[in-house]
Design a protein around this ligand. Structure first.
Ligand code: FAD
Length: 540
């Protein structure tokens, strides 16, 4: 297989143009091109008034590959394609009795379970929330009827925190073993659109993700795994530094010497339990801020110029960073083109925002978190769980400022910048449900964060014209940007620093940020678990 990079074609090219381009680039006869797969398709919109083109990376099979490669020996854009297939590291012996336990069925737990099941290890997944359909109903009850179900919501339940999301599937993690390709291939096998395999910024969208997750659960079960919902782990059984199993809220105990913690960033009660049980946990940096909303058309115009609205490009996104005079970094987070702001609390009497979209990304507004990086040394120095306490305090305050009924506090950007409470909406309608109460957001975050965001918004307006328009909407508070703790693990064995057999993984443990990286971490941890079980088996 040969990989050709930097093949560029106009946005509106007919499908056959790519084949012609490949044949021409390699200077071969058309029938010498045996097969062709697009590995990646991106576009460069940085110079928005010049022509935007698609840039392809294509993997091809050709007749007489060696001679073609030798002709392009000195060409950096024609090289042997790397092998991106996934090869399992182990296969479970049939007489194995110790089944691995996975706590949490978000993307990390899902991929840990699937990978272990595919190797024959028959994992038991314990998920505190409900299966996808029941969970969807509970989540909508908060958005429509102000009713929160603490164990079944945007954060908890089948599919984890990423289920009601934009379903963005990109990440900047290093991935030398191409685990990210496995994540994408498994999603496609389970019903995600093929294009996620090759577009540069793939996304699935909420509606499709729910079907994908349910199909993957059925595969895990068909391979001998178990997925138990409404099964909250409330205790860890440890003997002389070695995990022996877990206990559930209903008192059931499950024995296992291999337990994966794929908890997500919102399992505050479980973080506390682990800390009390003596598992090594430390505070880590995260970010706090607001969601901002603009008309999507404003973002499209600013990013794509005359190509705004082009059907091949879809709704435009952005990524912004600003270094404020008080030393704080302010940046955009989890930008959702053509989406909605969502109520994302899992706890009673707390308000926290996030964003989601459907596959079509055709809602009127663009939204993103505008957040300020904070760290334990400077901002929450009170021990491993001080970041959790800070999040709780800010979310409780937002509940009060929003009117105590799960509506969120909000303010127009123009008023926020000059420090004046807002009293009336402009043209931009907020999408957050159950609703937004206009007022003053200054009391909702620490002073340094307010100061830094006030300074950043006009600076962002210089990069995206209209970003600081007076009637853009800020909704608060965005506090669950990543986990406030790290459940630190050993670099090689991937086990907890002080508890053998315990595998902290994914976003909650501080080893991932986003759906793709959480899935990749799940695969890594599954491999470590499989190899450890095999090693124990051999030594018995
Ligand atoms: P989670 O997905 O949080 O899953 C953890 C699971 O563990 C949960 O289901 C929880 O119920 C369960 N659990 C916790 N404690 C226990 C316990 N004691 N017993 C049993 N089960 C337990 N990322 C992207 O890459 N792209 C996006 O577009 C995107 N949009 C998002 C939109 C929203 C609204 C939210 C909330 C997040 C979004 N994210 C997005 C972030 C992404 O969802 C997370 O990074 C990802 O889900 C982390 O995966 P995880 O498996 O580590 O944890």
């Amino acid at each position: 297989m040969i990989r050709i990079t930097e093949l560029s074609l106009p946005l509106d090219h007919p499908p056959e143009a790519l084949r012609h381009e490949v044949v021409g680039r390699l200077a071969i006869a058309d029938d010498a091109l045996l097969s062709m797969t697009v590995f990646k398709r991106s576009y460069d919109a940085r110079k928005k008034n010049s022509e935007i083109k698609f840039v392809y990376i294509v993997d091809v099979e050709v007749r007489d590959e060696a001679s073609v490669l030798s002709r392009f020996n000195a060409d950096p854009h024609v090289k042997p394609a790397p092998d991106t297939h996934y090869y399992p590291v182990a296969s479970a012996p049939t007489e194995l009795t110790d089944r691995p336990v996975i706590i949490g069925f978000g993307p990390c737990g899902l991929f840990a379970a699937l990978t272990l099941a595919q190797m024959g290890f028959k994992p038991i997944v314990l998920e505190r929330g409900k299966e996808v359909r029941a969970r969807t109903k509970d989540t909508w009850a908060l958005w429509r009827k102000h009713t929160l179900t603490p164990e079944s919501n945007v954060q908890f339940g089948e599919g984890g925190a990423g289920l009601f999301s934009d379903g963005k599937l990109y990440s900047q993690i290093k991935d030398p073993k191409f685990y990210g390709r496995k994540v994408m291939h498994e999603f496609v096998r389970a019903g995600a659109p093929d294009e996620i395999l090759y577009v540069s910024k793939p996304h699935i969208g909420t509606f499709r993700l729910t079907g994908v997750v349910a199909a993957m659960r059925e595969e895990i079960k068909a391979l001998g795994g178990e997925v138990r919902f409404q099964s909250k782990v409330t205790n860890l059984l440890v003997d002389q530094g070695q995990v022996q199993g877990v206990a559930l809220a209903d008192g059931t105990e499950i024995q296992s010497r291999h337990v994966v913690l794929a908890l997500g960033h919102s399992a505050r009660d479980t973080f506390r339990m682990l800390h009390e049980r003596g598992v090594f946990v430390e505070a880590k940096p995260f970010a706090i801020g607001f969601r901002v909303e603009h008309p999507q058309s404003l973002i499209d115009r600013a990013r794509l110029g005359k190509y705004a609205g082009h059907p091949e490009l879809g709704a435009a996104d952005y990524k912004l960073v600003y270094h404020a005079n008080n030393g704080r970094a302010v940046y955009s987070f989890c930008m959702c083109p053509g989406g909605t702001v969502v109520a994302a609390t899992s706890e009673p009497e707390r308000v926290v925002t996030n964003g989601m979209s459907q596959y079509s990304r055709n809602e009127r507004n663009a939204n993103a978190g505008i957040v300020v990086g904070i760290n334990p040394e400077q901002d929450f120095p009170g021990g491993p769980l001080a970041g959790v306490a800070l999040q709780e305090q800010l979310e409780s305050q937002a509940f009060v400022l929003g009117g105590r009924d799960y509506c969120a506090p909000g303010q127009l950007v123009g008023d926020f910048i000059v420090g004046r409470p807002s009293t009336a909406w402009g043209e931009v309608e907020p999408s957050y449900k159950p609703g937004v109460n206009l007022g003053d957001l200054a009391p909702s975050l620490p002073g340094y964060a307010i100061e830094a965001i006030r300074e950043a918004l006009p600076a962002f307006g210089k990069q995206i014209r209209g970003f600081d328009r007076d009637d853009a909407v800020l909704t608060g508070v965005e506090t669950r940007t990543s986990s406030p703790v790290r459940i630190t693990r050993d670099r090689d064995s991937l086990q907890s620093l002080n508890t053998r057999g315990l595998y902290p993984a994914g976003e909650g443990a501080g080893y991932a940020g986003g759906i793709l990286s959480a899935g990749v971490d799940g695969i890594k941890v599954a491999e470590a678990v499989a190899l450890s079980i095999l090693a124990d088996h051999v030594s018995v």
